[in-house]
Design a protein around this ligand. Structure first.
Ligand SMILES: Cc1ncc(COP(=O)(O)O)c(C=O)c1O
Length: 304
């Protein structure tokens, strides 16, 4: 029997199956929620640590600010609630999902001044992509990444992900593992829930915010880690054909961690298998997330 899990719901813990919302609530009808995705990892000193808690909670509040939604808790309260939820559920490898949403019923799209609810759910989590270790095969999506004239790409909002749903379906039905979206200018943006990096002549290249990416926290970690390892990291516009000729390509994300991409549009990337720099960076990131490198201690929040 798996251990009973609890959801933090508006300040109180409830049993996992006891949190229910009505079908006619605004967020279910219109996708008006905002959320975050974090991970916890077991540490080498027998603790459990949440990776970059503060940065995720900051982005949660930035998403709310962009949509003019009011989260009825302070960022400190949300941080504490996340720690308490991980502690209560005792999951070493958890995916943590803070969610702010509207429970009122009705068809109005005027949400100004409306009350939000907040929940924090944790689930046991391994690899997001089944083929993570071997590397995945991607397709450039026929759908473009949302842009900020339509929906704010830098907000992690539920409705923003409908484009990702279309792109995943498009990729899967065409026999690929995942999609890569381009911006409306035709530059490479990101995956459906991941940022993307290229390795070319030992340099790392990743699309800049102008390509309408979500500013990923793993992306930021990778830029800092790789720079401190002596790699040159360029943030700039990336043409689609650069993907086809890169030595290595990989995704970064809380769910994806570092996932090698071994082919794009049926063209093998490099030697068609995970490359040495991708592997090196993946090892570094997992070493840091396990608390083994004191230089990055500020990225980890130990729960005990
Ligand atoms: C659209 C999108 N891009 C990129 C990312 C990667 O962001 P992070 O590294 O903060 O998880 C995510 C995941 O949160 C995402 O949903």
């Amino acid at each position: 029997m798996p251990r009973q899990q609890y959801i933090w719901y508006n300040g109180k813990f409830r049993k996992f199956d006891d949190v229910k919302v009505h079908i006619f609530t605004n967020t279910i009808q219109y996708g008006t929620g905002i959320f975050e995705g974090l991970r916890s990892y077991p540490t080498t000193d027998n603790n459990i640590a949440i990776f970059r808690l503060h940065d995720h909670v900051e982005r949660f509040f930035r998403s709310a600010q962009i949509y003019m939604f009011q989260i009825p808790f302070t960022s400190q309260q949300v941080e504490n609630a996340i720690i308490e939820t991980v502690k209560k559920n005792k999951l070493e490898h958890a995916y943590i999902r803070p969610f702010a949403f509207f429970e009122h019923k009705g068809i109005s799209l005027n949400l100004l001044g409306k009350q939000m609810s907040v929940s924090i759910t944790t689930v046991p989590f391994g690899n997001y992509f089944a083929n993570k270790e071997k590397g995945i095969r991607c397709k450039i999506s026929s759908w473009q990444r949302i842009n900020s004239a339509i929906l704010p790409p830098q907000a992690k909002a539920s409705g923003n992900y409908l484009g990702s749903v279309l792109s995943v379906a498009d990729a899967k039905l065409s026999g690929y593992d995942e999609a890569i979206l381009v911006s409306d200018d035709g530059y490479v943006a990101e995956g459906t829930g991941e940022n993307i990096f290229l390795v070319s002549s030992n340099r790392l290249i990743t699309p800049s915010p102008e390509a309408d990416i979500l500013l990923g926290i793993t992306r930021d970690s990778l830029i800092k880690i790789a720079t401190s390892m002596g790699f040159v990291v360029e943030q700039r516009n990336v043409h689609r054909e650069e993907l086809y000729t890169a030595d290595e390509v990989f995704f970064t994300g809380t769910a994806a961690e570092i996932t090698p991409i071994i082919s794009i549009d049926s063209r093998p990337v490099g030697k068609g298998k995970p490359g040495p720099i991708t592997k090196l960076l993946a090892e570094r990131l997992s070493h840091i997330a396990s608390g083994a490198d004191s230089k990055y201690a500020q990225w980890l929040t130990r729960i005990y």
